[in-house]
Write a protein that binds this ligand. Structure first.
Ligand SMILES: [Zn+2]
Length: 254
């Protein structure tokens, strides 16, 4: 946040020094480009630094965004249990308040609960600081006492200066990812295992989704679970699946 403020201030000083209206437009364009890099590229560090930044070959972390929801969470927990994999669930606060028993079950099975906003709607990124603070308070309340980590992953992987400020003041860590299923919230599940397996050799944090879309069919759910089964099965022979906590310790090392 400080970085972006300093950059904005620098541009204002440059604009004042130049005192030429033609350059004002170019300076604004430059500022706008930097702003967009910060919003759309989570790793940019324009507003805030995220972790982990290193990939460790042979080490994989499983992270599951969205949910919990009865349409997928119990099946996912069963599948993770089959392979004895531990995952971090970045849950939506509103879903957590609707299905508290699923939050409890996730924790009882040794997984970790983390934060992924309360409402998870696209316009969240336009919210000011106060709006974001409410998202955090409500999610925390919905997940208590099971949320133990101050880890956050923003919905749609979008960042804003206001969100960055709330993360910093609340002591939250922005959790990045290296491998994305590109499944559009489980809408595109065909060849999911193949897509994911192509990119696991360098290790890193995998992101996939823990909830089915509203118009899902039994076929699409079956296909997703089969793909995840193939992915997990291949993963156990290729990589060491570790907790996010452990991976962060490893990446903080020399
Ligand atoms: Zn999400």
């Amino acid at each position: 946040m400080k970085r972006f403020h300093l950059f904005s201030l620098l541009l204002i000083v440059v604009a004042a020094a130049i005192n030429n209206t033609t350059y004002y437009f170019l300076i604004f364009i430059l500022w706008f480009i930097i702003l967009n890099i910060g919003v759309f590229y989570l790793r940019s560090r324009v507003f805030i630094d995220g972790i982990p930044r290193k990939r460790i070959p042979g080490k994989i972390v499983l992270t599951i965004d969205d949910g919990p929801h009865p349409n997928l969470t119990p099946d996912l927990l069963q599948l993770l249990g089959k392979y004895h994999f531990q995952a971090t669930f970045f849950v939506i606060g509103r879903d957590a308040s609707e299905y508290p028993h699923l939050i409890k079950e996730i924790c009882d099975r040794g997984h970790t609960i983390a934060h992924h906003s309360y409402r998870h709607v696209p316009w969240l990124n336009f919210m000011l600081r106060r709006g974001w603070e409410q998202e955090f308070t409500k999610t925390h309340r919905a997940c208590e006492p099971y949320i133990k980590k101050k880890w956050f992953r923003p919905p749609y992987a979008l960042m804003s200066p206001h969100l960055a400020k709330v993360l910093q003041s609340g002591g939250y860590e922005l959790i990045l990812f290296d491998i994305r299923a590109l499944d559009f919230g489980n809408r595109r599940t065909e060849n999911l295992a193949k897509r994911l397996l192509k990119t696991v050799d360098k290790g890193g944090v995998v992101l996939f989704h823990g909830k089915m879309p509203e118009n899902y069919t039994e076929f699409s759910k079956k296909q997703l679970l089969e793909e995840l089964d193939i992915f997990f099965n291949a993963l156990q022979n290729k990589s060491d699946v570790v907790s996010l906590d452990h991976y962060l310790e490893l990446t903080n090392g020399p």
